[in-house]
Design a protein around this ligand. Structure first.
Ligand code: ACO
Length: 350
């Protein structure tokens, strides 16, 4: 039986460090408030004009490919997860394929928000297990800083997010004690609007029975996608009910971690490392307590990078691996929860 294994991992974060005090120059907030509620001290922001979601993904991918001992020309499939695409369409997968001068391989774009990397990894895992591909590049990259409301109006969201990218190369292995043991994907669209960016979109205020997600008043047929009124009302930014997200996240994270362990007849004591999506340090700490995990069994780096959505898991996994916290044979659980709601886990033997 074939398994897929992460044979190379890389990360890239922009050089530009933005501390909580830097944000105070733009909005009414404080270092104390941000650290107390989220654990975040600083985050990175991409160069305004020189860096895109794709270029950051390329930087992470180059490292992952080199560490896998392969070349860009040997990659036979791309899966790219992001919610901050360079273009509304086409997706970043083809832009990365072009930038890295890869062959005319398939490029799949995944948009599952904070769970994006695990959805992408799961898809890649299935393609490897069936023998269809042998060298899959999975990339997750986010340039949030380009689309946040940096006025006081947007402070409950803007302080949380940061930019960055992570990538892995998946290859087959016949070693049954190694690689991805299982992946678990879930969704519940009942609360899709609790954490969302509605515009630009085709929703026509349909989903909440006409509640104004966008101001279409006086819009001509060609204006409906993004009208001046939407921009004037700041309807082009993400919105979040933070407390509602918190409540569901602390229920779904433990459930999906347990699901992965139970599926493999393993226990939390077997875990070398849990890498939760870096949503909020308070959420990770809550999950750690609920799962009765020791400090050395959980890796968090949101303090330095903020929440980088799909990129947060591969960035944290890469950093933990570089620090020697993940070694051959170690059991690692990756778990995510985010907008949709979607949530997911992957259990792997490094
Ligand atoms: N600085 C200062 N004050 C702020 C800020 C800020 N950045 N943001 C909000 N406030 C104010 C609000 O205006 C409000 O003031 P008021 O009482 O005068 O009206 C007060 O703080 C409380 O606002 P809440 O939105 O209720 O803040 P809360 O205590 O819930 O904290 C937070 C917000 C940190 C987002 C919290 O709800 C949370 O941790 N939620 C979990 C969701 C999360 O982490 N999401 C991350 C992205 S989603 C994901 O990755 C899964």
């Amino acid at each position: 039986m074939l398994r897929s294994k992460i044979s190379g991992i890389g990360m890239y974060v922009p050089k530009n460090v933005f501390t909580n005090n830097d944000l105070v120059k733009y909005m009414d907030t404080s270092d104390e408030w941000i650290q107390e509620r989220t654990g975040i001290k600083e985050r990175r922001y991409a160069d305004r004009t020189g860096e895109t979601t794709t270029t950051m993904g390329v930087e992470a991918a180059k490292i992952a490919i080199e560490r896998a001992g392969t070349t860009a020309q040997d990659i036979d499939f791309i899966v790219f997860a992001t919610i901050c695409p360079d273009y509304y369409f086409p997706g970043c997968g083809v832009l990365l394929q072009r930038a890295m001068q890869m062959k005319e391989i398939g490029a799949l774009d995944v948009r599952n928000q904070c769970s994006g990397f695990l959805y992408a990894l799961s898809v890649a895992d299935q393609f490897i297990k069936t023998g269809m591909y042998k060298n899959i590049l999975v990339v997750a990259s986010e340039k949030h800083s380009f689309g946040l409301d940096f006025s006081t109006r947007g402070r409950n969201i803007s302080v949380i997010f940061g930019d960055g990218a992570g990538a892995v190369v998946l290859q087959p292995t016949e070693n049954v004690n190694s690689g991805i043991l299982s992946t678990h994907l879930h969704s519940d669209g009942n609360n899709a609007e609790i954490l969302a960016m509605y515009n630009p979109g085709t929703h026509a205020n349909h989903w909440l029975n006409g509640k104004e997600l966008a101001d279409f008043e006086n819009a001509e047929i060609g204006d409906m996608f993004m009208s001046h009124a939407m921009i004037d009302k700041a309807q082009n930014f993400p919105t979040m009910d933070g407390q509602a997200v918190f409540k569901v996240a602390v229920e779904k994270f433990p459930a999906v971690i347990k699901e992965s362990l139970e599926a493999n007849n393993l226990q939390t004591s077997d875990l070398r490392l849990l890498i939760p999506h870096q949503a909020n340090l308070r959420i990770s700490q809550f999950v750690q307590r609920k799962m009765e995990l020791r400090d050395d069994q959980v890796y968090n780096n949101i303090q330095k990078y903020g929440n980088t959505t799909a990129a947060s898991i591969p960035i944290a996994l890469c950093e933990a691996w570089e620090m020697g916290k993940v070694k051959e044979g170690d059991l690692v659980c990756l778990a995510a929860f985010g907008s949709g709601f979607t949530w997911a886990s992957a259990l792997l033997r490094w």
